[in-house]
Write a new protein. Structure first.
Length: 329
């Protein structure tokens, strides 16, 4: 059934796809501005929380049966991870001013760990998670090591920060990337899906989109907006979403052809993608919608939007930004 909603003081919304569009604040819980787990989403693996800390604030959580990445959205923090073996690992995350201002470092916490986040100046932090089986070491991911990819061309140009992509950063199940789309451009295009296991062709992955939209360049008081489409693929829940998305919104993609993600002119769009699934191979393999796959051929020989990249990876620091301690030392 299609429903229509009022969002952010204006007319927006559209098809909500069985509650898959979560306006800012609608999935808040306790200390989290956004709290999406398997129970809330009605699936098995992917999780995302957005934590806001005041200056000097501290938050602790148990990793449980999931692996987690602490990713600063705005601000920096200290992360302490107490692993199941009793070891303590401490990471100083320099962070960033905001998602449109630069890449960030991050920290990985394994399953069965205890995690403590402290921020002297305060900030917002994404906790991207996935239920998993293997317990990997706690680790630091430097901003200098994040591959920045420019994908598409022309009005389909976007920047992908592959900080926890498969083949880039080791995890058991979790895959996570950031996408930046200049105002007026389309990303997640052509529409594609990953809702069934097809060896060598398609992975089965649950996906979360979390959005931050830049305000108008000439007037920061004017909020930004964008649009997200998900169409049924004939599998799963038959997810059908046409949503106006704004700062702090999220969209769940349990199945279906997802895309495009459209940035309104004058408003750059950021989204964090968090994915995980049941497959033995940790891989992002997608199948393009047959009606739109031709667009990839049309990109050939066309220039990337000259506004990209919005930023590149910083130089590697002269000294390590992480320290590790073992209890009793």
């Amino acid at each position: 059934m299609d429903t229509h909603t009022t969002h952010g003081g204006g007319t927006g919304g559209g098809r909500t796809g069985n509650g898959c569009h979560l306006p800012a604040g609608s999935a808040a819980s306790g200390p989290y501005d956004l709290d999406i787990g398997p129970e809330r989403a009605g699936w098995d693996h992917s999780s995302l929380r957005v934590l806001r800390l005041e200056p000097g604030g501290t938050h602790e959580f148990a990793a449980g049966a999931g692996e987690w990445i602490v990713l600063p959205l705005a601000g920096g923090c200290a992360v302490e991870v107490e692993d199941a073996g009793g070891g303590t690992h401490a990471f100083a995350l320099h962070g960033r001013t905001g998602v449109f201002d630069g890449l960030t470092d991050f920290a990985y916490a394994p399953r069965d760990a205890r995690v403590r986040i402290t921020s002297a100046a305060g900030g917002r932090f994404a906790l991207a998670g996935a239920r998993c089986e293997r317990r990997l070491p706690a680790r630091y991911g430097p901003a200098s090591g994040v591959p920045v990819e420019l994908r598409g061309s022309g009005a389909c140009s976007r920047q992908v920060n592959n900080f926890a992509a498969a083949g880039v950063f080791e995890a058991d199940r979790l895959i996570a990337v950031e996408v930046l789309t200049p105002g007026g451009n389309w990303s997640s295009h052509p529409p594609h899906k990953h809702d069934e296991h097809r060896p060598g062709e398609e992975s089965e992955l649950e996906e979360i989109y979390y959005y931050e939209i830049a305000p108008a360049a000439g007037d920061p008081a004017v909020p930004g907006l964008g649009y997200q489409r998900v169409t049924p693929s004939g599998r799963g829940r038959g997810t059908d979403v046409l949503a106006e998305v704004r700062d702090g919104d999220a969209v769940l993609v349990p199945d279906g052809w997802h895309g495009p993600s459209v940035a309104a002119p004058g408003h750059d769009m950021y989204y964090l993608n968090v994915m995980a699934g049941p497959g033995e191979e940790r891989a992002w393999l997608v199948r393009d919608h047959p009606d739109h796959a031709w667009i990839r051929r049309d990109w050939e020989g066309r220039p990337v939007d000259p506004r990209l990249p919005l930023y590149t990876a910083p130089a590697a620091p002269a000294a390590p930004a992480a320290r590790e301690e073992e209890d009793g030392r």
